[in-house]
Design a protein around this ligand. Structure first.
Ligand code: SAM
Ligand code: SF4
Length: 476
């Protein structure tokens, strides 16, 4: 069941909305960004401490270009100090675009009569997954409109289908979900299908604007949405992703909303969200949104740097909504995941269900980075990032890996980096064109050379050799 006011009343009584609009604005308005204070706060984050709402507000108010530069430099230093060079790659896969909601900004809104509505059949889904596997993907996020046909059972069924598709050496090892909020029983059903992260974006934490842009449909109910991931936690899904759609309201408020949401999870469940996403409003079919809150590139890159410093141990996800130039800048701030080879046209990965053309009237919104997975891999390798398809922690039950990466000394060196190299080695063997393979193998050699001698290095060399001999799915 997607939504029931009865269930909201009976079962979710204790899940109180945690956003107080006036309080957040008051914190923003009273935050004074002196140079000394801004520097102290950056230093606190670099010392591996999360920031308070008040401290986040000071960074938000630090508009002096010199301080903005220092904030960005701080985010870069944090990335280098803590996370190293790994970037995890995934692809979004749209399962169905039927939708009963009327989100002003989205091409799938119910009032859009131009868009062609499709739900992938089992065969079409398998075809899409095969195409993604054949390009080298191992991690997907399945995306659904909000519609009674996309209930928990349906989501679980599609997850099962995806895990079952094998093409050559290809397989999907982690399936994340971006779908409508469910009730607790629904989240349980989806959890049992062995999903990775369940992502739900609040879009904006500001109730009034939220109601204005979500007229009608279930999504109109702010409370049902803002407490959705509490229900997920109740159902045992502690791997959740939050996000806001920047461009709906004042970015300063919504950055604070994300930090407040993070505080809420930490206070109530002892674990923050696994990831934060920061989609920025893009053009869409029949877009009717008020353009007053559009976020400039300058503010957008700045807000990502602030988020990095505020919640230094949470994964950050950057998508192909952004151009390659913006992606390149933001990658330096410690983004942990990006999508590659993205195609959000329904059925787009295997090209053209019913012979449809790629067109904004067939997509949810326009994307700005159309590079193939291999082009992204090559670009990452050229810039000395280590592209990773690692799913080891999740499959070994080591949940909260971003937190462990951040807080357990040596965790990245022992697990993340070797695993990233192993998954890159698999990609190079199975999917890379000759030129990428040469560059990738060079990077592999460089990274091995940087490792001190010892048992770990020997084991890693052995595993890479096994991959070259045809073994797959090796990890620490
Ligand atoms: N239907 C579900 C929902 O609304 O939560 C899940 C999928 S929705 C297709 C995924 C996300 O896309 C939304 O949460 C929203 O933040 C984002 N989105 C929608 N329209 C967009 C646009 N025009 N530009 C950028 N992102 C958009
Ligand atoms: Fe439907 Fe989600 Fe688009 Fe809103 S954002 S119209 S709920 S698909």
């Amino acid at each position: 069941m997607l939504f029931s006011p009865e269930i909201l009343k009976i079962r979710d009584e204790r899940m109180k909305p945690f956003i107080d609009v006036d309080e957040i604005w008051e914190i923003i308005h009273s935050a004074i960004p002196t140079k000394e204070r801004v520097r102290e706060i950056i230093a606190k984050s670099l010392d591996k401490n999360r920031l308070t709402l008040e401290e986040t507000a000071i960074l938000i108010n630090a508009g002096d270009p010199e301080l903005v530069e220092e904030i960005k430099e701080g985010a870069k230093t944090l990335k280098q100090k803590v996370y190293g060079e790994r970037i995890v790659l995934f692809a979004p896969l749209y399962i169905g675009n039927y939708c009963i909601n009327n989100c002003e900004y989205c091409g799938f809104k119910t009032s859009n009569k131009i868009i062609k509505r499709i739900t992938l059949s089992r065969e079409e889904l398998i075809e899409q997954v095969k195409a993604l596997e054949d390009s080298g993907h191992k991690r997907l996020i399945l995306v659904y409109g909000e519609h009674p046909r996309y209930n928990a059972e349906f989501i679980a069924e599609t997850v099962g289908i995806v895990y079952g598709v094998k093409s050559g050496h290809g397989e999907i090892r982690r399936v994340n979900i971006n779908a409508a909020p469910l009730d607790i029983d629904g989240f349980r059903i989806v959890k049992n299908a062995k999903i990775g992260t369940y992502q739900i974006f609040q879009e904006t934490y500001h109730q009034e604007i939220y109601s204005k842009v979500h007229q009608g449909g279930i999504k109109h109910n702010y409370e049902w949405r803002v407490t959705s991931l509490d229900r997920a936690q109740e159902a045992g899904i502690d791997d959740v992703g939050i996000g806001t759609l920047f461009g709906l309201y004042d970015w300063r408020f919504d950055v604070m909303g994300l930090v407040r949401h993070t505080n809420h999870f930490e206070a109530v469940y002892n674990v923050g969200p696994h990831t934060i996403s920061f989609p920025r409003l893009q053009n869409a079919s029949q877009l009717t949104i008020d353009q007053g809150y559009i976020v400039s590139d300058y503010d957008f890159t700045r807000l990502v740097a602030i988020l990095r410093l505020s919640v230094p141990y949470t994964g950050l996800i950057l998508t192909a909504r952004e151009s390659s130039a913006i992606r390149d800048e933001i990658l330096q701030f410690g983004v942990s995941q990006i999508d590659g080879g993205t195609n959000i046209e329904m059925g787009g990965y295997s090209k053209h269900i019913d012979g449809e053309r790629q067109d904004i009237d067939f997509e949810q919104f326009q994307i700005n980075d159309n590079r193939s997975l291999n082009e992204i891999m090559e670009e990452l390798i050229d810039h000395k990032y280590i592209p990773s398809f690692c799913t080891a922690c999740y499959r070994l039950g080591r949940t909260g890996e971003h937190f462990m990466e951040f807080s357990v000394p040596g965790f990245i060196k022992r697990y993340c980096q070797p695993n990233a190299l192993l998954t890159m080695a698999e990609y190079l063997e199975d999917y890379a064109p000759p030129e990428t393979k040469i560059k990738g193998n060079q990077l592999l050699e460089e990274k091995l050379a940087e490792m001190g001698p010892g048992a770990l290095k020997n084991k890693l060399i052995q595993k890479i050799q096994l991959i070259k001999e045809g073994k797959r799915d090796l990890y620490f």
